[in-house]
Design a protein around this ligand. Structure first.
Ligand code: MLT
Length: 389
């Protein structure tokens, strides 16, 4: 009988779901779920059952999930960084091209004139209205050099753009993947001042919300083109609407329709298609399911957005218990004393912290018991205890 129940809040690619084997069941009822797979469904107003141990977002952004609320209920939240990066990159490159050439206007003209028997001649006359610019040789600023930003920077550079990238949190892995042709700048001011095109690839956080606003726009070149395939509220759209009206910003290409963006001048809005490719959907589903399975079966955490990475490999001792807990002094000592009071030897232990949240994997020389779980759960600051073995 399946003891691990997974609820999908959005359609998840079958290739990922097929990887859940024996011991797993897809359920319709979140109240009995131990894991959730989600794409864009908002989880902010949901009540989470005690059975829920993990949520995996098949995608990068996690602004639809209340990360702290989950952490304090001992629910580990995962995302799939990089799994849809190529899909998003390709759409951003399309965005650069549709910003520079009036491809959309041209296509619409052809549709509107489909009844013209002389369309090939008329097109030759009409086409001057849709002339544009080439992106080769133009300066592109990439704000945020995560998995997507790096791919965009490299691809734009390969298309002959002069690319400037900025990321104060650039990881070693992403730095190694970045083309040496990309100029890394310390301060995004340099991007604002220099670049003809600016594309934003940062997560939505309290300090990135509204980061494109009247003050930052004022530092940009006149006629700059902005691209936003990250999240709409990274941009203060009221400020941007004014800048588009005045011509300070020549064009805005965004993947996020909302009541403001769809009515803005010189704006092209795509209906959040960045990761909507079969390849990206498959990659995200596979990665999310792998993360969930490794967590469910071994207790290991990789790519969590609210708990630290923590890996103890596959359990080779008699028992394994995992604990989601508050990062507070003496808590580990209290947990260890539960095992000593039961006369149980700890064979191996990993404890990692991330801000206020900590996670321990404890391997013991006997089978784990419900009694141990009860005693551990009674310790103040312990949020969730799971028996892996
Ligand atoms: C992401 O956050 O991964 C992208 O916006 C794509 C998506 O949400 O599906």
């Amino acid at each position: 009988m399946a003891d691990k129940k997974i609820k999908c809040l959005n359609p998840i690619a079958q290739v990922g779901l097929n990887m859940f084997g024996e011991g797993y069941e897809i359920t319709d009822d979140i109240q009995e779920a131990s894991g959730v797979l989600v794409r864009s469904a908002s989880m902010h107003d949901m009540e989470f059952p005690d059975s829920l141990a993990a949520i995996a977002r098949a995608g990068a952004g996690v602004n639809n999930i209340p990360l702290d609320k989950c952490a304090e209920k001992g629910i580990v939240v995962f995302n799939t960084p990089g799994a849809n990066a190529n899909g998003v990159k390709e759409l951003v490159i399309a965005g650069l091209l549709i910003a520079s050439r009036d491809i959309v206007g041209g296509i619409n003209w052809v549709k509107e004139n489909a009844g013209d028997d002389n369309i090939s001649k008329s097109a030759e006359k009409a086409k001057k209205a849709f002339a544009g610019h080439e992106i080769q040789g133009k300066k592109l600023g990439v704000i945020g050099l995560g998995a997507i930003g790096v791919l965009v920077a490299n691809a734009a550079s390969a298309l002959g753009m002069e690319v400037y990238g900025c990321d104060p949190y650039l990881s070693v892995a992403n730095a190694l993947n970045l083309s040496r042709l990309v100029h890394c700048v310390k301060d995004r001011e340099e991007i604002f001042e220099k670049c003809d095109y600016i594309t934003v690839h940062v997560p939505l956080l309290d300090d990135t919300r509204g980061m494109i606003n009247k003050d930052t726009i004022a530092h940009m070149k006149d006629g700059v083109v902005l691209l936003n395939f990250a999240r709409d509220i990274l941009v203060n759209e009221e400020d941007l609407a004014k800048a588009l009206e005045s011509g300070k910003v020549a064009k805005y290409i965004t993947d996020f329709p909302n009541t403001t963006s769809v009515n803005m001048k010189n704006t092209i809005v795509v209906p959040h298609l960045g990761a909507s490719t079969e390849e990206s959907e498959d990659n995200c589903a596979v990665m999310a399911v792998k993360e969930l399975k490794n967590f469910m079966e071994n207790g290991n955490i990789a790519n969590s957005v609210n708990y630290p990475a923590c890996d103890a490999g596959v359990c080779t001792s008699e028992g394994r218990i995992t604990i989601c807990h508050k990062n507070t002094p003496k808590l580990i000592t209290s947990c260890a004393s539960v095992f000593s009071s039961e006369g149980v030897n700890i064979a191996h232990m990993v404890d990692k912290s991330r801000g206020d949240y900590s996670y321990s994997i404890i391997d013991i020389d006997t089978k784990s018991t419900d009694e141990m779980v009860k005693k551990l759960e009674a310790i103040e600051g312990v949020w969730k205890v799971r028996i892996i073995k």
